[in-house]
Design a binder for this molecule. Structure first.
Ligand code: GMT
Length: 404
């Protein structure tokens, strides 16, 4: 007899994995390929693992944005989700499950790592069951990124599937302690959740000299504030503008709005109403965000909910202090009075006051810049990646032990 968690096919299990020496794994990564943080983390993780010698197979419906070049050990499998006239909604989940089965079998994968519970964890479960019927067991690790959990708070329709597929995963990670707590509060979770934080690649995110940009954006030496997001309601983008409106009355400054999404039009309208359009630039989606962060003095992220706040970490790696809300995992990243300041969601008065105080005190700003970098270094890719590798090993070993 076997069940969903317990592999029965002894000969394929990784008893060949001595802890002390490096053993390359074949890992399938399922993610959203878009600009969102979960896709970025999944792609950077895959690339990092491949650089270490693991074989990584990305399975998704479009080439992930950060998978721009050829990489040894990296394979990309596009999910073919053909739209038949019969379907009002093309059945992506079915196409994804079929692709996973095919890739696991053909490339002999050791483990599947799916990012974002909806629908990836449920689809991975379906693929796992199909593979079991074919005499093959592949353990599944699910990483929870935030909105896959908090969304359920707003839409209970997802709850049974999310809860079931988390419990049926062989390993579960969350990107912050706060998200782990939320998951345990919102669902009946029977298994341990490991916190593995978001990370940053310092090869890319570091302060570089882009003074020529600075002169174009702030010709009179104004301070530069920035916000990056997907401009969804949860980001409270209008708060960013309200904070900036107060700051610019005290400190000559400019605001860079990087990204795009549903709230952009409302936000642009607000800038017009406030008469501050000359000081605000909407840049849309940008690939080289680090080049823009390099010229910034302060980063604003007043989100309603934020499981971690990768955008804040990216800013801090570029030595930019952060004014944020205190929601979700943000206090685990941004340290109040050290790397920036935190306020209650919606308290734009206080956020603006903190920003003004910091921008008017050059010595303190410089100290916060250093502190932000030091804090970001805790989340260096080279520190976090081994946590994922160790967790994979643990999940594989646990699966092996169960059958012995
Ligand atoms: O922030 C978003 O809307 C995108 C979202 C995603 O799923 O791609 O980001 C979430 O995952 C990131 C990576 O783990 C986290 O850093 C973000 O904090 C989290 N966003 C929210 O919780 C709102």
């Amino acid at each position: 007899m076997f069940n969903d968690q317990c592999p029965i096919f002894k000969d394929q299990l990784p008893s060949r994995r001595p802890r002390s020496s490096f053993v390359a794994m074949k890992i399938g990564i399922v993610c959203y390929p878009t600009y969102g943080g979960s896709g970025v983390i999944a792609t950077e993780l895959g690339l990092g693992l491949a650089r270490k010698g693991h074989e990584v197979h990305f399975i998704t419906y479009r080439r992930p944005v950060r998978l721009a070049h050829f990489h040894e050990n990296v394979f990309y499998h596009e999910v073919d989700n053909e739209d038949y006239p019969l379907f009002e909604y093309p059945p992506y989940d079915t196409a994804l499950a079929s692709t996973i089965v095919d890739v696991v079998q053909y490339h002999n994968l050791d483990l599947l790592h799916v990012h974002y519970a909806i629908p990836h964890a449920a689809v991975a479960y379906m693929a796992k069951k199909i593979l079991i019927s074919q005499g093959r067991y592949v353990p599944v690790v699910t990483t929870l990124h935030g909105t896959d959990i908090t969304l359920v708070g707003n839409n209970r329709a997802f709850a049974p599937v999310v809860e079931f597929s988390i419990n049926k995963s062989d390993g579960v990670t969350a990107v912050s302690q706060s998200l782990k707590n939320d998951t345990q509060r919102l669902f009946h979770i029977e298994r341990d959740i490991r916190v593995v934080y978001n990370f940053i690649d310092f090869e890319r995110f570091r302060k570089v000299d882009k003074d020529h940009f600075k002169k174009i954006i702030a010709p009179d030496g104004e301070r530069i504030l920035a916000h990056t997001s997907n401009f969804r309601k949860v980001k409270r983008v209008e708060d960013v503008v309200q904070i900036f409106n107060k700051v610019r009355q005290q400190v000559p400054s400019k605001l860079l709005m990087i990204g795009d999404g549903p709230e952009r039009q409302n936000t642009e309208r607000l800038c017009r109403e406030l008469g501050i359009c000359d000081d605000v630039r909407f840049l849309g989606k940008q690939d080289a965000i680090e080049e823009l962060l390099a010229i910034c003095d302060l980063f604003l992220i007043p989100s309603e909910s934020e499981s971690f706040g990768l955008a804040a970490l990216e800013a801090m790696a570029c030595e930019v202090p952060v004014i944020s809300s205190n929601s979700g995992g943000l206090p685990e990243v941004n340290i109040h009075g050290v790397t920036g300041y935190l306020s209650d969601v919606g308290n734009t008065e206080e956020m603006a006051a903190y920003a003004i105080q910091l921008l008017q005190d050059e010595a303190q700003l410089q100290q916060f810049r250093k502190n932000a970098l030091a804090q970001a270094q805790r989340f260096d890719l080279h520190n976090i990646l081994p946590d994922y590798e160790a967790y994979y090993e643990e999940v594989l070993e646990r699966s092996a032990i169960k059958v012995e």
